[in-house]
Design a protein around this ligand. Structure first.
Ligand code: TEU
Ligand code: CA
Length: 552
């Protein structure tokens, strides 16, 4: 039987702090803003909160470039606010995860500044600094485009490695002194009172330090650094040590940002002896993990999506997501255009919450926030968008098509401010928001949905309560999962079972009605339509109807 860790019965929520709630009118979300919304999250049924980085940062990559790991960026508040936040979270019996970004830091971090001053000294060895040679620079392309090698400022003939932006130099995990420094910092935060971490870009920490070239994959002659990461072994030594030195002694909850479409890493990473408590299940929302750019152009296909999910459900207890700060909004990516409605959004939410795994909601998901509208490339703030656009052009798109592509897949879609009210700037700020509010805030906002029983928000509240209920909580947390009715292309159905309890989740993920002969009858225990229609042994499902039956 599966290990019954406490967190498996919980529901988690990601906060992207810049866009959550501003408290002082500077247009940037902050810690006091988060504190002011804790009751809202509690009422929604959230137990675990993950906050994207709030450390001191020049914000080249919105906080994922850290210049001091042990201070809070002034735009978010200060250490006292952080203390206050931790206390307020605990007071509500909730848990707090910070974002652990240790593949790289900021080029403004004192370590890197020191490395520039003395590339061959102690801090030079905290980074990958290499002499120009026939191997350096090699042909690896950074995740944000261009070479991973950048000349070290002030030093002809020296290059440093960055797998993301050039302002994010990679930390040298091969160096035991650097690792000690990281462990000290991680333990400091755990001692501070946080409950664990979401662990950023962790697959990047182990490099092929022979710096071999790989076959180019685009006209720029470079190859995505992911190719090297996929083929390099030995990361387990670092991750095992990190776990033993930090996570284990603190009994921390850890969620790895691990991209692993083949599933080969599941057992090693999140099995009984795994490095992390769990890791994100990205396969259904990051289509390019599978077949390159082409798949992204295909229109949404429920069967493909469903089968990707079913393939891995049994392998491990993953963290389930339909969106995050790096991806489009789930309601825009996973619901065919034109089908957006209360029913489709609630169906998507039900799948997110009732599958096996730890569900993560992303801020605004609970009100059905969608992708936004961009009028030109200037509307984007994200450092990743330049290369996304270039990739589309390289792929053969016209400039119009390439713009449509980044508008659909760009990370800023998920980074617009949370829509709290239908007032000025959607109630996010009294000033000018750092990122434009999605123009649909008049229709889609928390305040309006709180008042309406049949809103998406109130549906999510019932859904989360159902998932955690006395009667079915253990079943959803610890129960097995078996796919059902798989030969029906638009039916998303599965059975969950635990001890002598069994439920059937049924969803007609389609805009067309569907009559389905049931193998077994049961009591209706959860729905997204007011009425359920049976005809003999069949159930007549309306568009995007969800029905959960108790079969026990
Ligand atoms: O993302 C890691 C990562 O690999 C992403 O760049 C991903 O490939 C891309 O966003 C998919 O669209 C993490 C953070 O989640 C991201 O926000 C950071 O930019 C990145 O690390 C660097 O810290
Ligand atoms: Ca602010």
């Amino acid at each position: 039987m599966m290990k019954q860790d406490w967190w498996k019965k919980k529901v988690a929520y990601q906060i992207y702090p810049k866009s959550f709630q501003d408290s002082n009118g500077d247009g940037i979300g902050d810690l006091p803003g988060i504190i002011s919304r804790l009751d809202y999250l509690k009422e929604l049924g959230i137990d675990i909160i993950w906050i994207s980085p709030i450390y001191q940062s020049p914000m080249v990559d919105q906080g994922y470039d850290i210049s001091d790991y042990q201070s809070i960026d002034p735009c978010f508040g200060d250490m006292e606010d952080m203390r206050h936040l931790v206390d307020e979270v605990k007071k509500r019996d909730m848990y707090l995860l910070m974002d652990l970004v240790v593949n790289h830091c900021s080029d403004q971090h004192p370590w890197f500044q020191e490395a520039i001053r003395d590339p061959f000294g102690k801090y030079g060895n905290y980074f990958y600094i290499e002499k120009k040679s026939d191997k350096i620079p090699n042909n690896w392309r950074s995740q944000f485009g261009g070479s991973v090698w950048e000349p070290l400022p002030g030093h002809k003939d020296l290059y440093y490695l960055h797998t993301f932006a050039k302002e994010q130099p990679d930390l040298n995990w091969e160096n035991p002194d650097l690792r000690e420094e990281i462990y000290r910092m991680v333990n400091w935060w755990l001692d501070f009172g946080i409950d664990g971490f979401r662990i950023d870009a962790i697959m990047n920490i182990k490099k092929n330090i022979a710096w071999d070239n790989y076959p180019a994959d685009r006209p720029d002659g470079l190859v995505s650094v992911s190719k090297m990461l996929k083929e390099t072994t030995g990361i387990g030594e670092f991750l095992g040590e990190l776990k033993r030195r930090c996570f284990e002694p603190h009994n921390a909850l850890t969620v790895g940002e691990v991209f692993d479409p083949t599933g080969e890493r599941t057992e090693e990473f999140i099995g009984e002896e795994g490095y992390f408590s769990t890791m994100f299940f990205f396969d259904p929302i990051v289509p390019f993990l599978h077949d390159g750019l082409e798949t992204r152009l295909q229109t949404f296909d429920v069967k493909i999506w469903r089968d990707i999910i079913f393939r891995k459900q049994k392998q491990g207890f993953f963290a389930n997501v339909i969106e995050n700060h790096d991806q489009p909004r789930g309601a825009s990516l996973l619901i065919p255009e034109g089908d957006y409605s209360f029913y489709s959004v609630s169906a998507l939410g039900s799948i997110n919450l009732l599958l096996r795994g730890l569900p993560f909601l992303y801020q605004g998901q609970e009100i059905g926030m969608t992708n936004t509208v961009f009028s030109s490339l200037d509307d984007f703030d994200d450092t990743a968008v330049g290369d996304q656009y270039k990739e589309a052009i390289d792929f053969g798109y016209t400039p119009e098509e390439a713009f449509a592509f980044v508008s659909r897949y760009g990370r800023d879609n998920a980074r617009t401010p949370v829509q709290w009210t239908d007032g000025e700037q959607a109630g996010f700020t009294t000033g000018i928001p750092w990122q434009k509010v999605n123009p649909n805030y008049k229709e889609i906002n928390v305040e309006a949905q709180e008042k309406e029983y049949g809103s998406i928000l109130n549906f999510y509240r019932r859904l989360i309560a159902f998932r955690k209920s006395e009667q079915y909580g253990d079943l959803f947390a610890y129960g097995d999962m078996n796919a059902k009715y798989e030969s029906e292309d638009t039916i998303f159905a599965f059975e969950r079972s635990y001890n002598d309890q069994r439920i059937l989740f049924l969803c007609n993920y389609s805009a067309d009605k569907k009559k389905l002969e049931l193998e077994e009858q049961g009591n209706v225990i959860f729905v997204n339509y007011p009425q359920t229609t049976f005809e003999g042994n069949a159930i007549c499902l309306k568009p995007y109807e969800v029905v959960v039956l108790d079969l026990s």
